[in-house]
Design a protein around this ligand. Structure first.
Ligand code: PMP
Length: 337
């Protein structure tokens, strides 16, 4: 198997896989692809740095390094990966809250990450800096099993991954949709220089998966209908237990109209953003750990440690164990009325 997949321009990318991914976006209605370039990578994690590089001032330019920012709570790898490469082209600039006022006059030199739906709190978000700051929108969860799809996403730079829609996280495959040709070229050069293109074995496997997803859309084996059903049931069950608690609460989510299902659908987030309400539980992660529930502390997302993220993306068996433990935690609450 050679390095070279097909195309002349992007010779490490399967032309057929790119075509099928475009078809999938059109059929699901979650992204406008016709005026975008597609850049493959080894998971969307690799795209974080590829896109920051592509949007930063050229290494030969005299301009200062770009400041890379995100609004808390945000996916921590934007920070850890940007910091790892901090240097001439760009550096980590912290949360947008530090800059919103300062940047009111000018947003020059910023690159903003937005995750929509967000990891950890599953809300749909928009950029906050505005102005001329380029935005990288991470749409890892913008698929109909995790969120309603109000309209096809049409930002200049978007990230997608196969890790979430089909669950093939270990195959390591992500792609960017990029409007500007030069930005796409720089992102593509980054992937070529670091790994000579996404694994061809993985590209072949992804081709099979995307074709099956497409063939079953709106049918009996629709992966999105199946996934939505599973995630909605989990969210409903978790809410039913937590609603009896005064100690912990969850983010509020409302049913919303979805253009894919063409109806109002119940929420089905991948993550619960748990808040510990009692004064003594100021470290929510520790409070849940005592009940043998492993979460990810809010502090990791640069939010308060009063919050912690509970993943609902797990096997049925693990979810049942989780429900038992959350139920025990809530049942143990005892108040003198
Ligand atoms: N972005 C977000 C918001 C994520 O939650 C994840 C995975 N947890 C990723 C990117 C990385 O995904 P990939 O497996 O495609 O590298």
């Amino acid at each position: 198997m050679s390095y070279i997949a097909t195309g002349i321009e992007k010779m490490f990318q399967s032309v057929e896989l790119e075509r099928q991914i475009r078809r999938l976006h059109r059929a699901v209605g979650n992204a406008v692809v016709d005026d975008k370039h597609v850049v493959f990578a080894a998971g969307s994690i690799q795209l974080i740095n590829a896109l920051v590089h592509a949007l930063s001032p050229d290494a030969n330019a005299a301009s200062p390094p770009a400041r890379v920012v995100a609004t808390a709570p945000y996916y921590p790898i934007y920070r850890t990966q940007t910091k790892m490469f901090d240097g001439r082209e760009y550096r980590w600039g912290g949360t947008t809250a530090l800059w919103v006022n300062a940047s009111r006059n000018s947003t020059d030199g910023f690159i903003e990450f937005v995750t929509s739906p967000n990891n950890p709190d599953a809300q749909l978000y928009e950029p906050v800096l505005g102005g001329s700051a380029p935005v990288i929108v991470d749409h890892a969860y913008y698929w109909p099993h995790f969120t309603h799809i109000p309209a096809p996403a049409d930002e200049d730079v978007m990230m997608f991954t196969m890790s979430k829609p089909s669950g093939h996280a270990g195959s390591r495959f992500g792609w960017a949709l990029i409007r500007d040709e030069n930005v796409a070229k720089r992102a593509n050069d980054y992937v070529q220089n670091s790994i000579m293109g996404a694994s061809r074995d993985t590209q072949l496997r992804m081709l099979g998966i995307v074709k099956i997803m497409l063939a079953n859309l709106h049918g009996k084996e629709d992966i999105f209908a199946f996934g939505h059903d599973v995630m909605r049931t989990r969210w409903r069950r978790l809410n039913a237990v937590v609603s009896r608690s005064r100690r912990i609460s969850l983010q509020r989510m409302a049913p919303e109209y979805c253009t894919y299902f063409k109806r109002i659908r119940e929420p089905s987030p991948g993550y619960a953003w748990v808040k510990c309400e009692m004064e003594e539980d100021d470290d929510c992660y520790e409070a849940l750990l005592k009940a043998k529930i492993i979460t990810r502390s809010g502090a990791r997302f640069e939010a308060s440690s009063r919050y912690t993220r509970l993943s609902l993306l797990k096997t049925d068996d693990d979810f049942e164990v989780l429900m038992e433990r959350v139920t025990d935690l809530v049942n143990a609450e005892n108040y003198d009325e």
